[in-house]
Design a protein around this ligand. Structure first.
Ligand code: NAD
Length: 258
């Protein structure tokens, strides 16, 4: 693969969590369009089936992996199936996540805190734990973990979400240091406001809700899931070969003024 030609994943294998919706779906499809075999992972069977159908409909190869990323045994089984089916693992996008209901810290229940940390942060640890084992055997691999603007910026009403996403940046940077000399790169991506079902839930999907959130974006629009996918493909490719331990903000300028 040249570092200047269009990104080509022919013969490569990509593992994508949260592949049944939004950013994960767009990235799974983008990897497949670029030639990768895609292990598509989600807890939601319906969304996952739709993503896999889209990939297969365009002649791509995809493996359906229903998996709860908060459970180590599920994650390990999904990765074992990936290697049994496709023979290797080149790129991993650990992206599954959930939103926190907007609530000041003192009103937040212990259960909600634990759930957000488990889905958004523990999952990244579990995925990397078993992915790195495989990548160490190969001597190569690239991982991108989904953080958020909320991983670089404190947001009122989002204590557990911010804690989880700051934690994703920290865990990614530590892993990047630990495996930099083993041919494994680890980065985080910090999306701004991206037009997905998560944001529709967050805004109530009303014109007013959308306008309120778009007003935070200097570019005057939400990002598209495909705009995150493009960055993930670049980060996992040889074109991004000297990038590791980085938290890449892709946010239409949302955090540029802080
Ligand atoms: P989404 O709700 O559209 O998709 C998230 C997917 O994750 C869903 O398909 C869901 O089923 C899956 N998932 C949830 N819990 C899971 C579990 N335990 N095991 C396996 N899969 C699970 O959301 P999205 O907007 O595409 O968000 C994707 C990621 O991007 C999340 O980590 C989110 O926090 C992050 N993010 C989103 C935005 C945004 O504006 N949309 C901004 C910054 C960061």
């Amino acid at each position: 693969m040249s570092t200047t030609a269009a990104i080509d994943y022919t013969g490569k294998v990509a593992f994508v969590t949260g592949a049944g919706s939004g950013i994960g779906r767009a990235t799974a499809i983008a990897f497949a369009k670029a030639g990768a075999s895609v292990a598509a992972v989600d807890i939601g069977e319906k969304g996952l089936a739709e993503t896999v159908a889209q990939i297969e409909g365009m002649g791509g190869k995809a493996l359906t992996l229903v998996c709860d990323v908060t459970k180590g045994a599920d994650v390990k089984a999904a990765l074992d199936r990936t290697v049994e089916t496709f023979g290797r693992l080149d790129a991993a996008f650990n992206n599954a996540g959930i939103e926190q209901p907007a609530q000041p810290l003192a009103d937040l229940s212990e259960d909600v805190w634990d759930r957000i940390i488990a889905v958004n942060l523990k999952s990244v640890f579990l995925c990397m734990k078993y992915q790195i084992e495989i990548m160490l055997r190969q001597g190569s691999g690239a991982i991108v973990n989904t953080s958020s603007g909320a991983g670089v910026l404190a947001i009122r009403g989002q204590s557990s979400y911010c804690a989880s996403k700051f934690g994703v940046v920290a865990t990614s940077k530590v892993a990047a240091l630990e495996y930099a000399d083993k041919g494994i790169r680890v980065n985080a991506i910090c999306p701004g406001i991206i037009d997905t079902p998560m944001i529709a839930r967050y805004t109530g999907d009303t014109d007013e809700g959308r306008a309120r959130i778009i007003s935070q974006e200097p570019v005057g629009r939400m990002g598209r899931p495909e705009e995150i996918a493009g960055t993930v493909l670049w980060l996992c490719s040889e074109a991004g070969g000297f990038v590791t331990g980085h938290a890449m903000v892709v946010d239409g300028g949302q955090t540029a003024g802080i």
